[in-house]
Design a protein around this ligand. Structure first.
Ligand code: GLN
Length: 264
């Protein structure tokens, strides 16, 4: 008898905690439902604001008015799973992390590499793709190996891992920083720099889109891409990770990647 009473009390305690949690959730939901307008019958979906830099094909790029690409589609699939409305903000790459830290954006997704330095400022989801830093040169370039890059003028995108590694390996004085990969590649074409260090997939897109360029056979540095979050928002990080896991397991992520990166 005594044992049963204890059990009942334990169950009641659990129920009370659950009720409290539910009440808190309901409160949170109504607070966040800022887009609800009077008279609307359905509750407005919570918005998921993703910051990206849409000059990074095939992960994110402009197609007419919209931003498309691997990241845009994976983010949409995540938002759908979470019942949220995805909103993509196109900003400079180096303002993504500060914006996420300031709470301006819920997450940053931009073919972004997980680094120890960035982990001091933001949290990252599980990785959903791999990247490799490569070197783009003109077809007739005398740069044949990574050693040949020494002393040459190197173009990079500001604050990317290409920028960070190249600055460390070849010296600040040899680096020219550009707002995005597209302008860096234009500078290579016009002879302002001798090579561009950038992630492999955008490199392939740029080489395909412009005559007279090639990628050096030697891959430079390998890295993991993930989504970044504000350090205080572990709740969203966990929800996104859960959705991402399912989307990887059911093949959705692979289908999206294969659509943009056809097997050679
Ligand atoms: N993967 C690189 C980085 O995280 C480049 C990303 C980008 O330019 N969008 O720094």
């Amino acid at each position: 008898m005594k044992k049963n009473t204890k059990k009942i009390l334990a169950i009641l305690a659990v129920v009370a905690v659950l009720a409290a949690v539910l009440a808190a959730c309901a409160k949170g939901a109504s607070n966040n439902g800022e887009t609800t307008t009077a008279g609307e019958t359905e509750a407005a979906k919570e918005t998921l604001v993703m910051a990206t830099n849409a000059e990074f094909p095939p992960y994110e790029f402009h197609e007419g008015e919209s931003i498309v690409g691997i990241d845009a589609e994976i983010a949409q699939a995540i938002a759908d799973k979470l019942g949220m409305e995805l909103k993509i903000e196109d900003v400079a790459f180096d303002s993504i992390i500060p914006g996420v830290q300031a709470g301006k954006y819920d997450m940053g997704m931009a073919g972004m590499t997980v680094t120890d330095e960035r982990l001091k400022s933001v949290n990252f989801s599980d990785s959903y793709a791999k990247g490799v830093q490569v070197v783009i040169v003109k077809e007739d370039s005398d740069i044949k190996t990574l050693d040949d890059v020494n002393g040459k003028k190197i173009g990079v995108q500001t604050s990317t891992t290409g920028d960070i590694y190249a600055t460390g390996d070849y010296g600040e004085e040899n680096i020219t920083k550009f707002d995005n990969g597209a302008v860096a590649v234009q500078a290579l074409l016009s002879g302002k720099v001798d090579c561009v260090i950038i992630d492999n997939e955008p490199a392939k897109s740029y080489v395909k889109a412009n005559e007279g360029l090639k990628i050096l056979e030697t891959a430079y540095v390998e890295e993991d891409y993930a989504i970044c979050f504000n350090k205080d928002d572990t709740e969203l990080q966990e929800k996104v990770n859960g959705a991402l896991k399912e989307l990887i397991a059911d093949g959705t992520v692979k289908t999206i990647v294969d659509k943009y990166i056809p097997a050679e």
